[in-house]
Design a protein. Structure first.
Ligand SMILES: [Zn+2]
Ligand SMILES: [Zn+2]
Length: 186
């Protein structure tokens, strides 16, 4: 059972050469997760991932700790209804997670995108270590109607079939054509 004082799941990196002290869950991903689960609107607004890498880490920890709602809520809003939350939960539960390595973080890609290359390690049923090696795209969505600067990073899920055409406004709400915005990265 994960407690707040244990190392955060995202801090476990089987390929790390250093033995630096690992951040505890409460000092790492827990505040982001709790803000979503507490249903406290003020908190959700005040605690948000400040970079794509930060969001990636909290999503990995959410898989390990089986928080499928967090996975859904941190995916681009236009894609959320197309996700199968039960399937995410089953996948998260059945995977024997073994750690995370952020290979490369490209924090700025064009106006509002970022990429994170990572390896999510897990143990195969036969006991062999394995890894999902992925290059994920994230998009920063700006809420233009908000009085104060309101930006939020979301995961752009490449497996979700969107019915948007290349010339339609982008699914992220940027106002640009899809093909010139998230279409470049999905
Ligand atoms: Zn963490
Ligand atoms: Zn877009």
């Amino acid at each position: 059972m994960q407690t707040s004082l244990h190392p955060c799941p995202c801090q476990t990196n089987p390929t790390a050469e250093t033995t630096d002290a690992l951040l505890s869950y409460q000092d790492c991903c827990q505040p982001y997760h709790d803000a979503f689960y507490n249903d406290d609107v003020d908190k959700v607004d005040s605690i948000r991932a400040e970079s794509a890498q930060r969001l990636m880490r909290t999503r990995y920890s959410a898989f390990v700790l089986i928080k499928p709602e967090y996975i859904v809520k941190t995916t681009l809003p236009a894609q959320q209804n197309l996700l199968d939350i039960k399937a995410i939960e089953i996948w998260a539960t059945e995977t024997d997670w073994a750690g995370l390595e952020i290979v490369e973080h490209t924090p700025k890609l064009g106006k509002r995108h970022a990429k994170v290359e990572f390896k999510a390690f897990y143990i195969e049923p036969d006991g062999e270590p394995a890894a999902h090696h992925e290059l994920s795209t994230f998009v920063k969505v700006v809420n233009k109607t908000a009085k104060e600067k309101d930006e939020r990073w979301y995961f752009l899920d490449p497996t979700v079939a969107m019915t948007v055409t290349q010339k339609q406004p982008c699914i992220c709400g940027s106002g640009e054509k899809f093909k010139r915005c998230c279409g470049l990265y999905s």
